[in-house]
Design a protein. Structure first.
Lengths: 346, 307
């Protein structure tokens, strides 16, 4: 019965997604694509923060790496197919992650967070300075968006926003599904154990730095896909995609949506898309509203929107025993365990 | 001493040596002044981090807030000295309120939530000042007493920068005196080492946290007020300083005041001489320095524990 309800809900969501451009028009379709890009970006971030307990201040550099890799491929390779450009974005981010992982996989907590801040600022500065490659402040723009082309079968023009919407939804939705599936595999269980008790995972015979490096590369790869779609969607990638504000976005979205659930960052991205849509009409100070909402959420619902949902549904107790229990007992980001004596049996 | 450098070409032939030396000294003073201000910001950050374990992202927002307070007080009274006294204290009051009513409530949840809360506070302050003061650059005059240059040993020095160095040294001395010569300082140092144990000894650790947070924001406020006449007051004030202050704290080692001082001075000199010699690379130098230090010693130069 429950399975059937779930199936119906997913079916309805799928139908709404398919009909969305006709229901809401082209403006809100573009808003929705932006939301989906940031949803994937935030989910990729939560793979690090919520699942592995690694707090990073520089996730935007992988978003930007993906965007720049795609933009460079489309600019310089003549007739570069769409999916190859996307692959470039993914691989660009993964390559950057693999380059950094020997250093960062040994670190945790503040050192991890701050080293990312440093590297992302380094890349940001380089993107501004290396005008010949990155175009400086202007970034890279106006590159051709190739059609989605399968030889002999189909060729779809991607400059049409409607077609691009379906392409972006397929890629982003597929990536989200893969990320979700990843958390359900045994590997997904190990990364959660790394968050909660890295020493124990080590004793069990798993290699903690290697595990961290793998999830790190995967998470960055998803961020790269988000950046790649972003670059193609805007037909522009500039240094601001690498900046500190871009790094704060997934943090804030994850915290507001709920760090303890897979769906949290998606809710968060949705909430922020909504806030921006509503507040930009009345005020320029969108960030002020966002900051206040962040403060209120953390003070009253540290589990984010998912927490709020549980309270509204009256399932608060179950929530605190299940997923939400991590809020109190989990060893988040350098939090000292409150139960030192029971740590051994935990 | 004769320094041969490309910039020597720009000076008159007969004055070449003096001019080059003067340039070095001037850049050195700039670097030291910036380094000392950086230290004021970083010392507050590292104190708060060492004691409460919070990476206070909003710290440089407090720094900027103090500059705005200073501007407002000067606009009202026309007295820079009054602003120098009052603005940091007003900033500290805001800091204490944030600690007491926001951070303390979620302390039990752990660092992640405290850190993200400070991100929210940072957004609030950064955007809040734009609501009150607008987004344009607000000029702030150097007080008449400190204007101009002073001649020491045949060399001209800008007085205000010397004043910054002197003031920072006074604050540093004051801080060192409190920390190492008083009972209060002893308790603070003990709490940095092990807050739980200090709590068990019957000391009101939450109140101590509030106090340290206040002192930390006061230090940021001092830095903000002293730098305001040089850089003018504008919303982007916190960005550059914030990044540098975080780097100083990390590279110096979390919770280490001595490390922060050393790295702040290195950072200041590196940026001022860096602009002189490798201007293209200057902004990157500090990041490279940081990456090298952290890759070798993840806890920073003088840090004993990972944050």
């Amino acid at each position: 019965m429950k399975k059937r309800v779930k199936g119906i809900v997913w079916g309805v969501i799928l139908v709404v997604l398919l009909l969305y451009p006709w229901l809401f028009g082209i403006y809100f379709t573009n808003v929705f694509v932006t939301f989906a890009i940031f949803a994937l970006f935030a989910v990729s971030y939560n793979l690090l923060l919520g699942y592995t307990g690694l707090f990073s201040f520089g996730h935007a550099m992988f978003f930007g790496a993906g965007g720049y890799a795609t933009a460079l491929a489309l600019t310089h390779i003549k007739g570069c197919p769409l999916l190859v450009a996307l692959l470039f974005g993914f691989l660009g981010a993964v390559a950057l992650a693999l380059l950094l992982s020997p250093i960062v996989a040994r670190l945790a907590h503040s050192a991890f967070a701050m080293l990312h801040l440093a590297f992302s600022m380094l890349l940001y500065t380089l993107a501004l300075k290396l005008r010949g490659i990155t175009g400086g402040e202007d970034g890279i723009g106006g590159f051709p968006i190739p059609p989605f082309h399968i030889p002999g079968v189909v060729s779809v023009d991607m400059t049409d926003p409607l077609n691009f919407y379906y392409f972006a939804m397929a890629v982003l939705g597929g990536s989200l599904w893969i990320a979700w599936f990843l958390t359900k595999t045994p590997f997904g269980q190990i990364i959660v154990s790394v968050r909660d008790n890295a020493k124990r995972v080590d004793y069990l015979g798993f290699k903690v730095p290697h595990t961290k490096a793998i999830i790190y590369a995967l998470s960055c790869g998803f961020a790269g896909i988000a950046g790649s779609i972003y670059a193609m969607f805007q037909d522009l990638i500039s240094a601001s995609a690498l900046g500190i504000a871009q790094s704060f976005a997934p943090i804030v979205m994850t915290m507001v949506g709920g760090v303890i659930a897979f769906s949290g960052p998606i809710w968060g991205a949705g909430i922020f898309a909504l806030i921006e849509e509503l507040t930009t009409r009345y005020t320029e100070r969108v960030q002020l509203v966002e900051g206040l909402i962040l403060i209120i959420v953390i003070l009253f619902f540290p589990g984010g929107f998912v927490h709020l949902l549980a309270v509204v549904k009256g399932k608060w107790l179950e929530f605190m025993r299940g997923k939400g229990s991590g809020l109190i007992t989990g060893t988040w980001f350098g939090k000292k365990s409150r139960k030192k004596t029971t740590e051994g049996n935990a | 001493m004769r320094h041969a450098g490309p910039e020597a070409l720009f000076y008159e032939e007969d004055k070449q040596m003096d001019a080059t030396t003067a340039m070095y000294v001037a850049q050195g003073i700039h670097g030291l002044a910036y380094g000392m201000v950086l230290f004021l910001v970083a010392s507050g950050l590292t104190l708060i981090f060492g004691m409460m374990g919070i990476l206070n992202v909003a710290h440089t927002a407090f720094f900027m807030l103090a500059a705005y307070f200073c501007y407002q007080i000067v606009a009202w009274t026309g007295n820079f000295w009054l602003a120098l006294l009052v603005a940091p204290i007003a900033t500290a009051v805001v800091g204490v309120l944030v600690e007491r009513f926001l951070l303390r409530r979620i302390h039990a949840l752990g660092l992640l939530f405290e850190l993200t809360l400070t991100i929210g506070v940072m957004f609030g302050i950064m955007e809040g000042v734009k609501v009150f003061w607008g987004t344009e650059n607000l000029p702030l005059a150097v007080p008449a007493l400190l204007e101009g240059l002073v001649n020491i040993g045949g060399m001209e020095y800008p007085i205000y920068r010397l004043f910054i160095i002197g003031l920072s040294l006074v604050v540093l001395g004051f801080l060192a005196f409190i920390l190492y010569k008083t009972r209060l300082g002893m308790v603070v140092r003990a709490a940095v080492a092990d807050a739980d144990m200090v709590n068990a000894l019957g000391i009101n650790v939450p109140r101590l946290f509030m106090f340290v947070f206040g002192v930390g924001t006061w230090l940021a406020g001092m830095a903000g007020v002293t730098i305001a006449p040089i850089l003018t007051v504008f919303p982007g004030l916190a960005d550059q300083m914030g990044m540098d202050a975080f780097i100083v704290v990390i590279v110096g080692g979390f919770g280490s005041l001595g490390g922060a001082l050393l790295v702040a001075l290195i950072s200041g000199l590196l940026s001022s001489y860096g602009v002189q010699f490798v201007s293209q690379l200057a902004p990157v130098l500090m990041f490279i320095f940081m990456a090298i230090v952290l890759a070798i010693k993840p806890t920073g130069l003088f840090g004993e524990r990972e944050g």
